[in-house]
Each structure stands twice: as structure tokens, then as C-alpha cells.
Write a protein that binds this ligand. Structure first.
Ligand code: SF4
Length: 343
């Protein structure tokens, strides 16, 4: 079954169908996820899929589980040992992954033998306790065929840092997909790269530098266009997928302060230096620090041309605050008056 062609103006994200409230589960129920439905639905166009139903299973249906036999995963009935959905599920998952239209991300249902991203119980034959946790058959096919695609499961969505990283990566990949549709993509690459530079440095300054040293190659029109695009986005997304450490944020804030082109007022500099020091000491969280930087540098060209520093973009408007209670409390913000540069 071929997925529908997405609307080119929207950000299309794949999602396990039951998370949107569709009754596709083995017990005839849905598993609606409030973040997916009430927050992300305003920003993304969903491409929904239930791999088990698409593979021909009924609703309701006898439950299946993953069993490892001779190093191969089988989708077998939990109660009815004669049920073996391995072939149909694998066939659908492979065909979907290979013919998948351009998505910018995927949100999976956790713990499912088809959709689980990392926490699906995997059993040994005749055992009732799982031997380990792993990926479901469908999510495994998607991530193996599309290793650069931003993916997350419903449990990770509830972790603010992982949520933010996922949203950022979806928007970054979507902008790249949009750029690739332009015939003049090579001319615009330098701008694209500079707008994402802070995000890249945040994840891996050394690899960002390595990438920048060969930026000229990407504008070489004598090299195959497809190979150039693949090489650039592979480097770009690999950097974005690396885990974020607090030290990376400190490093980034120091780079911003030392490299910013606009002449900042001394009070602004000392305010931001103070924020960075307090971040190092653990008195303030990384996102509260970022908000202070965004606010203080709001009218600078540096912030306007940085997808990380610019607070006026669509992705910064997707805040998980209404759903989470784990926001860091900043001792300065909002009680501490923020100093703007140009007003
Ligand atoms: S196969 Fe995936 S989408 Fe379908 S019900 Fe199970 S978890 Fe939900």
C-alpha cells in the first residue's frame, strides 16, 4: 500500500494511528495522546498508519508479541500459539518504508510489537518474562531504511528535552527538504547553513567545523547533485542526532558572546555572562538560559538569522509548558529585567 502524497506546503509527520484516537488496537480501543492531538496537530500534517491493520489483521484481534528464535524476531500470538504475523507484518513494513513519501519525522506508539521504538518487550520461547527490550517490526523497518529521519515515541514526547530536540530536528529536516526542491539550492546553501549554525554547534562543535571546512565542495556544480545533497544532509542530521550535554550549551553561549557582530551594551554582556556562569553552576536551566539570550538579543541581526536564537519562529512557538511541570526555574527571569539591545 502506497502512502498518500503529502501537501508540499505542510510539515508531514508519520504517526501510529492509535495515538490520534483511532480504534485500531488489538483490544478494539485507541490510545489517544494529548500532546500529539492537542499540541502538535496544529503544526503538523499527519500521515497516519496502523501497520497491524494495514497488514491485514482485524480489530479487535488476538494480541501478538515478539519472540526471538534463532536470532530472528517473530510476531507470534500471546495466547494462541498458532498465530504467526511475522511475514505479513514484515512485508507491509518493508513496502511502506521503501515507498514512503517524504516525511519530516515519525511519532511511534511505545511498547507495541509493531510500533515500539526501544521499549518493546522481546521474549524467548516458552518464557513469560521479557528477555530484553527492543524495536517493533514496523519501527525497525522505518528507522533502518531512513536512519536520518527524526523519530520519537509517545513516552519520550513527555520528556521536555527530547520533545524539544525532536521538534527542532523535524523543522530542520523540513527546511532542508524544502531547499532541495529549489533548482538554485546550491546558491542558497550558505544561508541555510549559517541559519542552522548555532544548532549544529550546540550538538557538536568539532564536527560542525569539519563540515564547514568542506562547505565549498557542496557548491561545486561538477559533482553529482544527488551525491552532494546526500552527503550534506547526512552530516547535518548526524550532528543533530547526537545527544546534548550541558557543556555544549555553555560552549555555545560563550561562542555567541565572543563572535556576535553587533556592539552590545556592557550591561547586556555582563548580564548574559552572568547567565552563562549560573548555568555552569546549575542555578539555571538550559532552556531558561536560552530564553534570556533570545530575549536580550531579540533585535540583533545575529538572532534574526539563527533558528536557535530567533524566538519568533514557528518551532519556538511549540512549547510543551502547558503539558509538563518540569520547567527549570530561573532566578533572574522573569523577575530580572531583560535588557534589549535596540529599543
Ligand atoms: S500497530 Fe501500532 S498503530 Fe496499530 S494499534 Fe498497534 S501501536 Fe497502534
Amino acid at each position: 500500500m502506497k502512502p498518500p502524497v503529502p501537501d508540499s506546503d505542510s510539515i508531514v509527520v508519520g504517526v501510529s494511528k492509535c495515538l490520534l484516537g483511532e480504534k485500531t488496537r488489538y483490544d478494539g480501543e485507541a490510545k489517544p495522546n494529548v500532546i500529539v492531538r492537542e499540541l502538535l496537530g496544529d503544526f503538523f500534517t499527519w500521515q497516519t498508519v496502523c501497520p497491524e491493520v494495514a497488514a491485514g489483521m482485524s480489530v479487535p484481534r488476538p494480541p501478538i508479541q515478539l519472540v526471538e528464535i534463532d536470532n530472528r524476531l517473530r510476531a507470534l500470538g500471546v495466547d494462541d500459539k498458532n498465530i504467526d504475523a511475522t511475514k505479513s507484518l514484515s512485508r507491509f513494513s518493508e513496502s511502506y518504508s521503501n515507498s514512503m513519501t517524504q516525511l519530516s519525522g515519525f511519532i511511534f506508539k511505545s511498547r507495541s510489537p509493531s510500533c515500539g521504538l526501544s521499549d518493546t518487550p522481546i521474549f524467548r520461547p516458552e518464557e513469560t518474562k521479557p528477555a530484553r527490550l527492543g524495536k517493533g517490526i514496523f519501527s525497525n523497518a522505518i528507522t533502518a531504511t531512513h536512519p536520518l529521519l527524526p523519530v520519537i515515541d509517545e513516552r519520550e514526547l513527555e520528556k521536555p528535552d527530547l520533545f524539544r530536540q525532536f521538534i527542532r530536528n523535524v523543522f530542520c529536516l523540513n527546511r532542508w527538504q524544502h531547499l532541495c526542491k529549489q533548482t538554485s539550492w546550491q546558491k542558497q546553501l550558505a544561508i541555510f547553513h549559517s541559519q542552522h549554525r548555532h544548532i549544529l554547534i550546540l550538538h557538536n562543535p568539532a564536527k560542525t567545523l569539519e563540515m564547514e571546512n568542506k562547505l565549498g565542495i557542496y557548491t561545486d556544480k561538477t559533482i553529482n547533485d544527488k551525491a552532494l545533497k546526500e552527503d550534506y544532509i547526512e552530516n547535518f542530521m548526524t550532528i543533530l542526532k547526537s545527544p546534548l550535554e550541558k557543556g555544549n550549551w555553555v560552549n555555545l553561549f560563550q561562542v555567541i558572546l565572543s563572535k556576535i557582530k553587533e556592539p552590545l551594551q556592557p550591561e547586556v554582556i555582563s548580564h548574559l555572562e552572568n547567565v552563562t556562569k549560573n548555568l555552569i553552576k546549575g542555578n539555571i536551566g538550559v532552556y531558561a538560559s536560552l530564553e534570556i539570550f533570545q530575549e536580550a538579543l531579540a533585535n540583533t541581526e545575529t538572532a534574526k538569522h539563527s533558528f536557535l536564537l530567533n524566538a519568533d519562529t514557528r518551532e519556538t512557538k511549540i512549547t510543551p509548558n502547558q503539558f509538563f511541570h518540569t520547567e527549570c526555574v530561573c532566578p533572574f527571569y522573569p523577575a530580572y529585567p531583560l535588557m534589549r539591545l535596540c529599543n
